[in-house]
Design a binder for this molecule. Sequence first.
Ligand SMILES: [Zn+2]
Length: 349
Amino acid sequence: MASNLKMVSIFIIFTTFLCTKAMSQCEDATNNPCNNKSKALPLKIIGIAVILTTSIIGVSLPLITRSIPALSPDRSLFVIVKAFASGIILATGFMHVLPDSFDMLRSSCLADNPWHKFPFAGFVAMLSAIFTLVVDSVATSVYTMKNNSVAADGDEVVFGDQVMAVAGGGGMHFHGHSHCQQKGAIGQQLLRYRVVAMVLELGIIVHSIVIGLGVGASNDVCTIKPLVAALCFHQMFEGMGLGGCILQAEYKTVKKVVMVFFFSITTPFGIALGIVLSKTYKENSPSSLITVGLLNASSAGLLIYMALVDLLAADFMGPKLQGNIKLQIKSYFAVLLGAGGMSLMAKWA
Ligand SMILES: [Zn+2]
């Protein structure tokens, strides 16, 4: 899975690189008095270090809290933290990635036909949400079939027992797998959590690299400093959202470290890539607008679907929250807090 992630991101970077090279550019005002290449470079390098650190802190925060007893998965606080994380992911899709995609694909730098004649961003986001549903349902049914045949052989499949507290507390009515054996259902739930964490990381990566690219390619000393500060909060917050999902996937330590590392490196990597490509990369060239705009649209559909279906609905319709109105209300506040905070962040990045 980790190597798949790597391959996909390499592909994304490669296409962005290819498409931005040697293409006509939409001229924007380059006579900005703030432009100073030699002064901008040290700022960007400091930015890389600071963003890397804050990303690691953000994504590790929910994982470290694991050692606090009040945050074990069967406790109420865990559910609230998760709701907060889901709110962040939802706002990332709705407030960051989708509007970016609309801006890019409707940009005045693109040809009137076809880009201004049809809302491509919404269309691609919708298709991506449907596609995510297809992958979700097909993967689940394949796993169910496989799992049933394993159970028929008499082999026991044992997964982390913490999930039992979340998934096994009575009715397994959400996602409709009540026909499964309890143990199979628990394994399936954990597998879902794992797939969700992986796919979320993938959906977030596109946005993280693109905002990094913007900083790296810019030589505007007046905007770099506040932008780096905004990106620190951005990555920390988004990291908390992803960290919450990694937490419930119950990966082994090595895999957790890989996921933390991979998320933390994306924005700094984007900045470094932007510095290297700053001669050829133009944010406003039609090819980069189209490539990045379409990538953003597909990750928006994915993030919105996952946040609503796999994170929020799965929890709020699950037995734990259905049996506890008070906890439900607290969790809704947590969702609003996470979504609100991430929405605020959209003002800057
Ligand atoms: Zn953003």
